[in-house]
Design a protein. Sequence first.
Length: 252
Amino acid sequence: MKKLIIRTKYGFALTLAFVVLLSMTAMAETGQYDQRIQQAVSHKIHDAKQLQGVRASVEDGIVTLTGTVDLYQDKLDAAKKVKKAPNVTGVRNDIVVAGKTVPDNELQQKLTKKVDFDRVGYYDNAFNYIALNVKDGVVTLTGDVLFDVPKDSALDIVARTPGVKDVVNDVTILPVSGVDNSIRMRTAGAIYRDSVLSRYAIDPVKPIRIVVDNGHVILYGTVESTMDKNIAGIRASSVPGAFSVENKLVVD
C-alpha cells in the first residue's frame, strides 16, 4: 500500500511538472510570436509619415494602438495597416486625434456644405438624406440612404476634415424594395411636376429629399415658404401605395 501511495505521488508530481513545463514553453512561444508581430506592425506604422506619433503593443496577437495623429482618417488608416500585418488577430484603436481644434459651429457649417455638394448629379441624390451634428469635435451622422456609396462618401469627407476628433455613424441603409422604389419615383414626379415646386429640381444641392422606408414617406429639405411645404405634403399624400407621409420640410 505504501509503495502504491509513493508511486501515485511520484506520478502526480511528474505530471504536474510536465504541465508546468508545457505552460512555460507555450508562454515562451507566445512571447516570441508577439515579438514577431510587434516588429511587423512597427515597420508598417513607421513607413507612414502621418503615423510617426503612433505606438503599438502586442499581447496574444492583439495589437493596441496609442499615441496621436492629426486627422481622424489617419487613425482609421493606422488600424487598416495593422490589420494587414501577418498573424494579427485583433486591433484596439486608442489613438487620439490631436490636430487643430475648430469651433463646433464653424466645423458644422463647413461639413454640412461639403456633404450637401457631395455626389450632386447622381440619380439617387434626391432619395438620400444625411444630416450631421458636431459637439466637442465629435461628428454624428444620421439619416437614410439607398445604398453604401453615399454613406461611405459622407464618412470619408468627415474623416478627412481637420478639426474632427471622432465620428459616430448612425446612417441607415434603406431596405431593398421594388414597391418603395415605385413610390419614390411616383412621389418625385408628383412633387417636381407641380408648377410651384418644380424650381426645387433646378438646384441639385438642395432638392426636396424623398425618403421611403417600407411604404412610409418622409420629406426632408428646405423650402422657401409654408405654402411650398404644404403643397409638397399634399402632392406626396396623393401618391397611391404610400402608407403614410411625414412632412419634415423646413421653411427658410
